[in-house]
Design a protein around this ligand. Structure first.
Ligand code: 13P
Ligand code: SF4
Length: 310
């Protein structure tokens, strides 16, 4: 839980960050899986889609991306003239790493007729090999936009592929990757928590296993989950996604109760960003994320197709 406001050293750190942000004409974007104190200093918080839209349209000179590598790369692809900073260069995504570019290339060769849709949780090179990008917020919409007779190779998340295939009623060939944070949640975990809170509404992310999604009242992106809980009259919710989301959920809905479907759903990479590292980034304009121009141009096509459809 955030305690920045009653912690004087942190308060000073935040003041310094805000002063440097102004000096650098920077914007701070933070994913909702970030630590609460990072979300609190951000200009925009949200899901992958919302943050990439902000990165594409910002007038700021510098983007400080409090998230993981693929998110900062996406920002750099969309806004190449901006300086994009990732305060912790080691913040990666194990799901994105499950689709190495060379393996993706050979799969595409095996399936020359397939339309390639990559989840934004993928490397810039994988995006450059793809026809479309998608996020968890628009995967179904993207799949529906592809002619029904076409086969779709969907990568790298097999659980999101399953959810998309069922919702969009499309023939999808899934890549066998998964997010370790979401895939850890089992049907048994959910049943246990449901027994403890029988009135609670179950909201899960589509990176969860199909048998978990089958039990849910709502399946959606992190932004979708926050909007659902904020607009629904129910007072109790079980949440099946990374625990960072509890920060905005509780902040926006002080009268409601939220229970984790599993306390193990923590993304270690997302928690690598700290206030100290954000300050260092702004002061030194490091670590910077850039994408080679040939890769950027090709991946931009797939990203722009997604943005046009969303
Ligand atoms: P969204 O915020 O797009 O729902 O994605 C979740 C995620 O796993 C980001 O790493
Ligand atoms: Fe990757 Fe999963 Fe962490 Fe998101 S939550 S950054 S998909 S490992």
């Amino acid at each position: 839980m955030n305690n920045t406001t009653d912690n004087p050293p942190k308060k000073n750190l935040v003041k310094e960050i805000l002063a440097w942000k102004k000096k650098r004409e920077a914007v701070i974007l933070a994913h909702v899986y970030q630590p609460g104190e990072i979300q609190d200093i951000a200009d925009f918080t949200g899901d992958s889609l919302f943050l990439s839209q902000q990165a594409a349209k910002t007038q700021a000179k510098v983007i400080v991306f409090c998230g993981v590598q693929f998110m900062a790369e996406t920002a750099s692809i969309l806004s190449p003239e901006k300086i994009v900073l990732l305060p912790e260069i080691k913040a990666g995504c194990p799901l994105a790493d499950m689709a190495p570019a060379e393996k993706v290339k050979s799969k595409i060769k095996e399936l020359p007729e397939a339309v390639v849709v990559s989840y934004v949780n993928s490397s810039a090179v994988v995006k450059s090999l793809s026809d479309y990008c998608c996020t968890s917020a628009n995967a179904v919409q993207i799949a529906r936009s592809i002619p029904a007779e076409k086969e779709i190779l969907f990568l790298p998340d097999m659980n999101l592929a399953d959810f998309t295939a069922r919702k969009a009623r499309r023939n999808i060939i899934p890549w066998q990757g998964y997010c370790p944070v979401h895939n850890i949640l089992t049907k048994e975990d959910v049943i246990k928590v449901k027994k403890l809170h029988p009135q609670a509404v179950l909201l899960v992310h589509p990176e969860c296993r199909p048998e978990v999604c089958n039990l849910a009242d709502y399946i959606g992106s992190t932004r979708g989950i926050i909007e659902f809980a904020s607009n629904n009259p129910a007072k109790e919710y079980i949440i099946g996604t990374e625990l960072g989301i509890f920060h905005p959920l509780k902040k926006n809905n002080p009268d409601k109760q939220f229970f984790p479907a599993s306390k193990k759903m923590i993304c270690k990479d997302m928690k690598l960003i700290t206030l100290e590292k954000v300050l260092y980034s702004l002061q030194n304009l490091e670590p910077r994320i850039t994408v080679p121009e040939d890769i950027r141009i090709k991946s931009l096509k797939a990203l722009n197709r997604m943005i046009e459809i969303s």
